[in-house]
Design a protein. Structure first.
Length: 582
């Protein structure tokens, strides 16, 4: 898991962090356990109705200190399917007894489990994991539910179809907390706040003192009544020390947010469009990092322990109702929040632009319904496990600029990596004609040199893929060594490493795609003119067979002018075969 660095490496003291969330038999997730390993930002991807939002629901639910079960929480609403949620938390300031703590990868963790009963009349049971016995036991870390809750990150849940009033309330709450904590942060004894609290404290003490004789008389009468039933027992009223902060609200009414042109009408936030309202939430959440007290608990009284509170932002499809440019801003906002000590982010999305591959704190989990109907959650990408070099990161940044939808690879059933625009144009057209365009994503690598990096990415998250690239020639037109020729072996090495983990098809075009498919070069407007050439029935048929071959159509052989590169073949062998043995 990526670590956030702060001065003195104090991030571990900023608050707790989620390490792992395991879910079974909860809502649409069945008996096949779904496990999510958390990083600074976790992105849940998958088709509709496969359980992505259920994962967010699970954490939000257990943080509500659940007691009574609901039939809708049981998988298929059957009481025999007992829901079970297990949570691993990296500890912050608020730690339980040492007997509950275990270590993993240099972190101190505690593990809890919630189990639903077989009857709705019974209570949901919370258990603690005993590291010594390696089993869950009836006792629990931290003891009381509210104390335990303060030891875990606080969920901030934003649903895509929350009412305007609820979204406005979330924003108002952020701002009100910021103002309140600024007020509470003023510890000078001469401040207006301190003077007011002292007056209230004195006034409360005077009220109690003035009523003391009446209170004593009531105590005597109660003691007489009680002692008649329980001899020797007395009753006495004891008032705790005054706490005037409970008697006053320093922000009596939440602020109203208005939006509009600087020199024009500014309407209330709740009356704005859905995209604007949601964008405001990202902006305010991002600015929250400027108010550290927003993610810490209130200052405790002298002599009491104080635990920092971390936050976990839970978002369903943050891209909804937003303009494409706003989606990119949302991505930057979310990563900015995730970079802030004390914050984690977990989102569901169908939008590849929300994924930033070059970041070093990202985990991507694919949630899917298998052929047997069971839902699974598979971690398909962990940036810290990819071990990107600086050159790799620079290449990914350049690719994201060139192709903002590069991360769509994570959403595809199968990916075809090609060199450039001509291949993308021709093959997308042909995949559409042969009826497989929904199953294969054509990714433009923007040149041969970046293909090995994309192969590493696809191999990392275990997705089947196909590579099609030009073979080129050993010498360039000027007689010098051709860099595109040497790139062939780099691609071959990456493919060979991938073959042991995923299904791979490696295909090359003799010299280039135009020569192999059209038997002539295209000098200008290549994508457009390539589409025009597909009007020729013979060329279209050859392109159709190429598309079927690349999509693993049964019995389809590689067309003339192309070659499937076998693992045992050298570059020279492939060149001779592609060149017709010349």
């Amino acid at each position: 898991m990526a670590r956030k660095s702060t001065e003195g490496d104090a991030c571990l003291l900023e608050g707790s962090r989620l390490r792992r969330l395991s879910i079974k038999n909860f809502q649409c997730i069945g008996e096949h356990e779904v496990v999510v390993d958390l990083d600074d930002i976790v992105i849940l991807i998958g088709e509709n109705n496969v359980g992505k939002s259920t994962i967010l629901d699970a954490y939000e639910f257990i943080m509500g200190n659940p007691d009574k079960p609901n039939i809708q929480q049981y998988h298929k609403e059957e009481l025999s399917n007992n829901p079970e949620i297990v949570l691993d938390t990296v500890l912050g300031d608020n730690t339980p007894g040492e007997s509950w703590i275990f270590e993993e990868d240099g972190h101190k963790l505690v593990r809890e489990r919630w189990i639903w009963p077989n009857e709705l009349s019974e209570r949901i049971r919370r258990e603690g994991w005993d590291p010594t016995s390696g089993e869950f036991v009836g006792e629990v870390p931290w003891g009381a539910p509210n104390v335990a809750k303060s030891g875990r990150p606080e969920p901030i849940r934003l649903r895509p179809f929350d009412s305007p009033e609820k979204q406005a309330h979330i924003l108002q709450d952020y701002v009100a907390k910021a103002i309140l904590n600024q007020i509470k942060g003023d510890e000078e004894s001469s401040s207006p706040r301190s003077e007011l609290l002292e007056k209230l404290r004195t006034y409360e003490e005077q009220l109690i003192a003035s009523a003391q004789s009446d209170i004593d008389q009531l105590s005597e009468k109660l003691s007489d009544a009680v002692s008649s039933i329980f001899p020797g027992q007395t009753v006495k009223f004891q008032f705790p020390d005054p706490d005037p902060e409970k008697a006053i609200s320093f922000v009596s009414n939440p602020p109203i947010l208005r939006i509009g042109a600087e020199d024009g009408h500014q309407g209330m936030e709740a009356k704005q469009g859905s995209g604007t309202r949601r964008s405001l939430i990202w902006i305010v959440a991002r600015l929250a990092q400027e108010f550290p007290d927003l993610k810490r608990s209130r200052s405790s009284k002298k002599g009491e322990s104080s635990a920092s509170t971390a936050s976990l932002l839970l978002l369903d499809e943050p891209e909804l109702c937003l303009h494409p440019s706003a989606v990119r801003h949302v991505r930057e906002s979310l990563y900015s929040i995730a970079d802030t000590p004390g914050w984690q982010v977990m989102i569901t999305t169908h939008h590849p632009s929300l994924i930033s591959l070059e970041k070093d704190n990202t985990t991507i989990v694919r949630v899917e319904k298998r052929a047997d109907g069971k839902i699974s959650g598979t971690t398909i990408f962990r940036s810290d496990r990819m071990q990107f070099s600086d050159d790799d990161r620079e290449s990914l940044r350049a690719l994201n600029v060139f192709n903002p939808h590069l991360a769509e690879m994570f959403f595809a059933r199968q990916t075809l990596i090609v060199e450039g625009d001509t291949e993308v144009t021709v093959l997308r057209e042909m995949f559409k004609k042969v009826g497989v365009n929904d199953n294969i994503l054509v990714v433009n690598a923007g040149g041969k040199s970046t293909i090995p990096l994309l192969i590493r990415l696809l191999t990392h998250f275990g997705a089947p893929f196909t590579v099609l690239h030009d073979l080129d020639q050993e010498e360039a037109v000027n007689g010098r060594a051709n860099p595109a020729w040497t790139a062939n072996n780099s691609i071959k090495d990456a493919v060979e490493e991938a073959r042991s983990k995923v299904r791979v098809k490696h295909t090359v075009a003799y010299k280039n795609l135009e020569q192999a498919l059209f038997e002539e070069s295209i000098t200008n407007d290549k994508p457009y003119n390539a589409l025009r050439k597909l009007r020729d029935p013979a060329i279209e048929e050859k392109a159709r067979r190429l598309a079927l071959f690349l999509s693993y159509y049964p019995g389809m052989e590689v067309p003339e002018g192309f070659h499937e590169w076998d693992q045992a073949e050298t570059l020279e062998d492939v060149f001779k075969k592609a060149d017709g043995g010349r």
